[in-house]
Design a protein around this ligand. Sequence first.
Ligand code: XMP
Length: 512
Amino acid sequence: MQKILILDFGGQYNQLIARRVRECHVYCEVRPAASITLEAIREFAPIGIILTGGPSSVYSENAPTLPREVFSLGIPVLGICYGCQLMAHLLGGKVTEASGNDAREYGRTLTTLDTSCILFQSFPEDSVTWMSHGDYISHVPDGFAVTAHTAACPTAAMADPARKLYGVQFHPEVSHTIQGVRMLRSFLADVCGAQGDWVMEDYIPTAVAQLRRQIGQKRVLLALSGGVDSSVAAALLSRAVGDQLTCIFVDHGLLRKDEGDQVESVFSKMDLNFIRVNAQDRFLSRLAGVEDPETKRKIIGDEFVRVFENEAKKLGKMDCLAQGTIYPDVIESGRGPAAIIKSHHNVGGLPDSMEFQQIVEPLRLLFKDEVRELGLAMGLPELLVNRQPFPGPGLGIRIMGEVTVEKLAILREADYIFRTALEQAHMNAAVGQYFAVLTNTRTVGVMGDSRTYDYTLALRAVTTDDFMTAKWARLPYELLDEVSGEIINRVPGINRIVYDITSKPPATIEWE
Ligand code: XMP
């Protein structure tokens, strides 16, 4: 398998580089530059190396660096931003510390490209790139030619084609760099000789072998939520270590219609120990009389940990805890905590009080859509793999006020009707998340000849890229009309339906 090694110097766009390389169907891995050795590089055997950007200056104390020999291994190297400056610095060029603001560039920048450079071939000479740097390269090392410049930056790109060493001061991975992906593709295909034939199926044996090495004969415990990440992690681990894996699925009774049974039917057939804990009574009794959203969230999170720990204790000593962490979570966790709007609870979270020798994160190199692709490649049902996000506290935060068995039954049916109608109208792919919320408002209605006094149900559908912001989805009136009629006719306890037309911000996606 052809592989690209991405050496990470801590830049904010580094995950995007990996993303772009894999979009070109070339496998890559990101490794921290600080701890890489020549032996590790040789063992990884990449067809090319990409050095990422980073916040340091090559002159600052403790600036991350590399053994100079990396550039004489005969492996093509592309340095991006800090990576480019480091290459220049280590090979005898000159990086100048920015003094004043004149040489600094941030944002979209008009850039003149030398179109005879293999990275920019058949590009227009004038282009726009995304810059984000203080220092700049004032002299390129011997053997290099300057292949791009801007008004403020004499070396926006440099190349030594004989040694297959390339550097760009700008960020080709950021979409604001026009043709940035094409530049990366040229590096991969024309410089490194990548075939671009990597597909997700190829990842499975690599990941399985790696997990076997990591886990050996140890026993692994996984909290399975039925969400995409923990499900795919379970499937991969089951392939790697079979019944050394135990999955505990805590059914807190706050799942959607049929969801618990679907999870059980998929995983009880796999080579792993599957334990379903039906804990609805425990959760509902702790939630009795509780109306405040944050209190509900805390209770559900806390009870989850208790049930999980309780069950885990019965199993005896487990060596490893597996988690469905995916690549964006790895990147996220490097950032400071943002203000807590809601205390998110992930059923895959690590209970603090439990001790494990090792944490296993089989998906930590994958993006969400890659996780889905992997799930499908391993034969998981589409229903599970393409599931929309569902909050850890489940319907507990989609029932306003106190959660009861009766309200859960009402919401499950109504939510199912709405989701099914949207899916049958093939609108689900365009809408990021869609669900029903049972409000605690009752209103007067008339059905047949009788007065009713029943709950108001809210329908929520949003379009979003990242769930940080979202727009309410412009669903067709006909669809809303059909859903409204069906819910009122089929679900006793609801006599009024409203559609939520608030975006995020100011509202959040969930109501609680
Ligand atoms: P909000 O409501 O904050 O939701 O706009 C953003 C996204 O996060 C999901 N969500 C959760 N996911 N545990 C989760 O795993 C939680 O406690 C939780 N609360 C909200 C929500 O469904 C949406 O996709």
